[in-house]
Design a protein around this ligand. Structure first.
Ligand code: DAT
Length: 172
């Protein structure tokens, strides 16, 4: 049976990890947190002093993921997406959170002042929305709001429905 690959993108703190793990575990798919993957494999090519974080080696991340993406059945979460090959994804989701809610989440996470401001601006300017939505076919790209726990549940149900529908459409 072939399964779709899902891209789950959005600003840091919108809830990609929290959301992505659930449909993955409930449907037997695999959640891949690209930040964790890069950390584990040290897939970096330098250090950004201004942002105080390592610079992702996008080429090596793509190489690392290629085999799994060809197999299908992955939910990939990252706060960036323009370096992923378009052909990888069958479902594309941009997760959004209201600025005041996001601010509190990042504060709770212990995010430094500069990073907090940058991440909030990322959400205000819809950076990930603008990056993802125009790059994929309209019918596969969706925006999901995730402010409250009830919305988390709704989003899990919705993702499972999209995945189920895709599997049905491609395995008959
Ligand atoms: P990301 O992976 O996008 O950086 P996360 O999954 O680590 O974000 O979530 C950040 C925090 O927000 C975490 O403490 C869980 C919380 N959270 C995520 N989605 C939520 C929701 N719908 N309602 C309430 N809290 C949520």
């Amino acid at each position: 049976m072939c399964c779709p690959n899902t891209l789950l993108t959005g600003s840091p703190g919108v809830g990609k990890t929290t959301l992505g793990k659930e449909p993955a575990s409930r449907s037997g798919l695999k959640y891949i947190n690209v930040g964790d993957l890069a950390r584990e494999g040290q897939l970096y090519n330098g250090y950004d002093e201004a942002y105080d974080c390592p610079i992702l080696d996008e080429g090596r991340v793509v190489d690392e993921l290629e085999k799994q993406m060809r197999e299908g059945g992955a939910i990939v979460g990252y706060h960036g997406c323009d370096f992923f090959p378009e052909r990888w994804f069958h479902i594309v989701l941009v997760l959004r959170t209201d600025n005041s809610v996001l601010y509190k989440r990042l504060e709770t996470r212990g995010c430094g002042e500069k990073k907090l401001k940058d991440n909030i601006q990322c959400e205000i300017f819809q950076v990930l929305y603008e990056e993802a939505i125009p790059s994929y076919k309209e019918e596969i790209a969706h925006q999901l709001v995730s402010n409250k726990p009830e919305e988390l549940e709704d989003n899990i149900d919705q993702i499972l429905k999209w995945i189920g529908q895709w599997v049905k459409d491609h395995n008959t």
